[in-house]
Design a protein around this ligand. Structure first.
Ligand SMILES: Cc1cc2nc3c(=O)[nH]c(=O)nc-3n(C[C@H](O)[C@H](O)[C@H](O)COP(=O)(O)OP(=O)(O)OC[C@H]3O[C@@H](n4cnc5c(N)ncnc54)[C@H](O)[C@@H]3O)c2cc1C
Length: 388
């Protein structure tokens, strides 16, 4: 790392370019100004609209309670040049240039916050994914009473879409590869304890999908689930393709240290696209949650302003989901081999899950227990007995 590239950024004239137009970008620009950065900020966003919030898309927007979810992002107040419908297509760190579909943009310091894109299922049939406001508004139109809706994936997005579709009076099926809903994030035992919430939905677990065709969802065993609406909720891929050949190291996401720094001086990455080092887990972690995309902005901005100084960002992860009339909140990060203790209601449905290893609390999940969240988050990493 040369001295010329690793020193403090010129706070009056240095040019910060941010690629991406979502939450992480909005927060980063705000923090840069709060830290008295007075130089030009250029935001390159592939979207046609200013930054907005995504969690409500699968909740209030699908339910018809909201049509928009703007984030605070006042370009005049921030003094930011927001270039909408502008996609970054390449990066040359040698000349400090971002290539876009609307021409080259030079930078002194660069933040990458390009988020992630939903995985699509194979096949020629129409399928919805849910990432943008247009996706949510388009899907909402089709959630009409009696519509045969097949959701692929009983993860966070699948469960929230199932909630909205059932409320709208659709005939809902959900096909999940794992043995239980939410097996991926919660594991089989805790996931099984959410099964009672799926009443009225044709939930088919341990079922593989081959493709989506015009007549519906084709399963691996040859069966066909006829569908008017197909929604794929099988995960996302970090938006890193445009960085090919740039020298920015990627695994699934962009690899960074705990200060959001990539291996290329002057370039940070944050939000869903970043796979940041965590001392807690001793690994690079893809967090993909709202809280992290928001709070990482402080460390990322500090690194942009002074590459050698700044706070580390390695918080206890936090995620929430609103599904089937319940609020789920998860803090920490558990390993499938951790000990698990469940509190359930009389009908076996989940109230609380606690994961621990060698007597140390690794993660906590509460269902409608917001009042316990702060205590639980503070307790992660300490003795599990503190939560008894
Ligand atoms: C439907 C939905 C529901 C969610 N619900 C929850 C929840 O309940 N709880 C929770 O914790 N999290 C939730 N999340 C996750 C949370 O919204 C994300 O973690 C957060 O949006 C990440 O912000 P980001 O800025 O990193 O990425 P994004 O918000 O994805 O923003 C990335 C931006 O970069 C742009 N972009 C991509 N490639 C390029 C390019 N090459 N050039 C220029 N621009 C580009 C994209 O168009 C987009 O505007 C949800 C996400 C979705 C989609």
């Amino acid at each position: 790392m040369s001295a010329a590239t690793s020193g403090p950024l010129d706070r009056e004239n240095g040019h910060v370019v941010v690629v991406g137009g979502g939450l992480a970008t909005a927060r980063l620009c705000t923090v840069l100004r709060r830290k008295k950065f007075a130089g030009p900020i250029t935001v390159l966003s592939a979207e046609a609209v200013p930054p907005y919030d995504r969690p409500p898309l699968s909740k209030a927007v699908l339910a018809g309670d909201r049509d928009e979810t703007p984030l605070p992002f006042d370009t005049a107040k921030l003094g930011a040049d927001l270039r909408l419908s502008t996609r970054a297509i390449g990066l040359d760190p040698g000349t400090r240039t971002v290539r876009t579909d609307a021409g080259d943009v030079a930078y002194d310091a660069l933040a990458i916050a390009t988020g992630a894109s939903p995985v699509r299922l194979p096949g020629d049939g129409p399928q919805h994914t849910l990432r943008t406001l247009d996706d949510a508004l388009g899907l909402r139109k089709e959630l009409v009473p009696g519509a045969r809706v097949v959701i692929v994936g009983a993860g966070w997005i699948g469960a929230e879409v199932a909630t909205a579709a059932r409320s709208a009076g659709c005939r809902v099926s959900c096909v999940e590869l794992g043995p239980e809903p939410l097996t991926g994030p919660l594991g089989e035992v805790a996931g099984a304890a959410t099964r009672p919430w799926w009443a009225g939905i044709d939930l088919r677990t341990a079922t593989a999908v081959r493709s989506v065709e015009p007549d519906g969802v084709h399963l691996a065993d040859g069966a066909v689930l006829p569908a008017d609406v197909v929604v794929s909720g099988v995960g996302v891929r970090p938006e890193t393709g445009w960085l090919a050949g740039s020298g920015i190291a990627t695994d699934r996401g962009i690899l960074t240290d705990t200060r959001c720094r990539t291996g290329v001086p002057g370039v940070v990455a944050l939000g869903d696209v970043a796979q940041r080092w965590s001392a807690h887990t001793g690994s690079h972690r893809l967090v993909e949650h709202w809280d992290d995309a928001s709070t990482a902005a402080t460390a990322a901005a500090a690194s942009l302003l002074d590459w050698e100084q700044g706070p580390e960002h390695d918080p206890v992860p936090y995620f929430w989901s609103d599904q089937f009339g319940r609020k789920l909140q998860y803090v920490g990060a558990h390993h499938p081999a951790d000990d698990l203790a469940l509190d359930r209601t009389g009908d076996g449905a989940l109230v609380r899950a606690i994961w621990s290893r060698d007597g140390v609390l690794t993660a906590w999940l509460g269902v409608d227990r917001s009042k316990d969240l702060v205590t639980a988050r503070t307790a992660v990493g300490g003795p599990v007995s503190a939560l008894a």
